[in-house]
Design a protein around this ligand. Sequence first.
Ligand SMILES: Cc1cc2nc3c(=O)[nH]c(=O)nc-3n(C[C@H](O)[C@H](O)[C@H](O)COP(=O)(O)O)c2cc1C
Length: 184
Amino acid sequence: MKKEVELRKAKWLVEPGCVVMVTSGTVDKANVMTFSWQTPVNTADPCLIVLAISHVRYSYELIRQNNELVINVPGEELLEQVHWVGQVTGRNVDKFKASGLTPVPAKVVAPPLIEECAGHLECRVKDVFGMETHDLLVCEVVRALAEAESFDGMWIPEKFHTLHYLCGNRYGVMERSVEAQGTT
Ligand SMILES: Cc1cc2nc3c(=O)[nH]c(=O)nc-3n(C[C@H](O)[C@H](O)[C@H](O)COP(=O)(O)O)c2cc1C
């Protein structure tokens, strides 16, 4: 038996990919926010990722100042920090200091990487599509970095557990992969 789902809750049927932490600003004045509404576009060169960001976020202001950001991939062990930086605005609080996350300089862009995360995508905003409450930022990845023992062309879920946003304060944890037997 299937049940009707209210349209305002329909988005929760399509889990949007691993939760990430996006850094903006500069190493000296950095901010971090949690994201789950992002998707890679299936293009190889350039590598593009679309982020949906609300206009009211402090990060939105910072990102639009220099059109640069870093997408950081946290593991399960960062659950509490992930949830907290996704609840509090950086307008009045230094979220790096308060959460104990460590900003380290990126190579190509101004915003820092988060040391405790296992993957990093340094990005420049290439295009912006405005919507009523959110903008879609089309980001070009200009440098990518991943923890060598957890990533060999894909995350190895037996070694590194990405978080997946379910709703409210519930997260799923990626713990295993399965292999299809058909032709690839
Ligand atoms: C799991 C999770 C996912 C989130 N995804 C998004 C998102 O994709 N886009 C967005 O605009 N806000 C998202 N948020 C909300 C922001 O992270 C939150 O409002 C944050 O406090 C903004 O910080 P800032 O004002 O310092 O930029 C998410 C929050 C959580 C907890």
